[in-house]
Design a binder for this molecule. Structure first.
Ligand code: 5GP
Ligand code: MN
Length: 313
């Protein structure tokens, strides 16, 4: 059932205990939204657990409260609501099996499947963290440095530090208000963007795989299983090819298992969310992703076919 922001805030205020979760392969918005909402709800005296069915990437080490992000190791978790942030039910691993509470879903992905008991969806928000910011306002909560840092990281990472097309005056106003708490944006971006030397060496190897298609409108980095296994993270790699002159769609395909490939896509014109949906994934018009359960070479062919069809449309 689709609900309003007001109804979402009222439900959060009326309940006492929550399990908060987000998608596997968590990013700054997933963790920032969960921890931001955790701090906000705890300031109202509520009991909150954050469960993520995956490892939290190293680049998010600056996030306050990270020690309280747990994996769902128990068989059963009690709560008044299971709150799913920045994802729909199908991308949160085993958490819904282990927490049978009514599902309150808060998301900004237009491709959300609307299967939760309650859904607040705003595809015009740059980040789910922007919705968390508005929920805090609706609940009359003031930000402190911890909640501001978590929400700011969600806003900043999903908007490419306020430069992607999802950045709106509301995004900037929210960020400005969060900075009023005294948090330092340069410290946050430095911590998030710092890479181990080995990752930069991996980046050099990845860049050697760049191929162009469709007269240069498509650029891709293609990492087979061996290469993927030798690189700790591919975070940010896609940003280095989306800048190639004339490129509309950029893509990173990596074989995370011998027969499982992860795909990240970005675009300037073509709607990559519908393209990702066709491949069983989802996302936004300008940033989307999917998992293709095929060996590397087949997954690559399948992906290129779909991209070329989308470019022709
Ligand atoms: P990224 O390339 O940064 O992993 O993802 C880009 C956007 O697409 C993010 O908003 C992310 O949540 C979404 N996305 C990535 N992979 C998937 C997927 O497999 N399924 C769905 N529904 N969304 C995805
Ligand atoms: Mn997001």
């Amino acid at each position: 059932m689709i609900i309003s922001l007001r109804d979402t805030a009222d439900r959060l205020m009326a309940a006492n205990s929550f399990v908060l979760t987000s998608h596997v392969n968590p990013d700054g918005d997933a963790i920032g939204s969960c921890l931001g909402l955790k701090f906000i709800l705890e300031s109202l005296g509520k009991k909150v657990q954050v469960l993520i069915d995956d490892d939290v990437p190293k680049f998010l080490s600056i996030m306050p409260g990270l020690d309280e992000v747990k994996k769902p190791v128990e068989d059963h978790y009690d709560a008044d609501y299971l709150v799913i942030l920045d994802a729909c039910l199908d991308r949160v691993g085993t958490v819904p099996e282990k927490c049978k509470a009514p599902v309150l879903n808060i998301d900004h992905h237009g491709t959300n499947d609307n299967l939760a008991d309650y859904l607040y969806l705003d595809a015009d928000s740059a980040a789910t963290a922007e919705i968390v910011y508005r929920l805090a306002k609706a609940m009359g909560i003031k930000f402190d440095k911890d909640s501001a840092t978590a929400v700011y990281i969600g806003l900043a990472t999903d908007s490419g530090y306020f430069k992607y097309s999802n950045t709106t005056p509301q995004t900037m106003r929210a960020a400005a208000e969060l900075l009023e708490t005294g948090i330092q944006p340069e410290k946050i971006s430095e911590a998030i963007e710092t890479k181990d030397f080995a990752v930069v060496q991996g980046l050099a190897k990845a860049l050697q795989t760049v191929e162009l298609y469709a007269d240069g409108k498509v650029a891709g980095i293609f990492l087979d299983y061996e290469l993927t296994s030798s690189i700790e993270t591919t975070e940010g790699f896609i940003d280095l090819i989306r800048v190639i002159d004339g490129v509309d769609i950029s893509v990173v395909l990596k074989a995370v298992e011998p027969e499982v490939c992860r795909v990240s896509m970005r675009s300037k014109e073509t709607d990559v969310s519908t393209l990702a949906l066709r491949l069983g994934g989802g996302g936004h018009k300008r940033a989307a992703g999917c998992t293709i359960k095929l060996p590397f070479a087949e997954a690559k062919n399948c992906l290129i076919d779909e991209i070329l069809k989308a470019i022709e449309d």
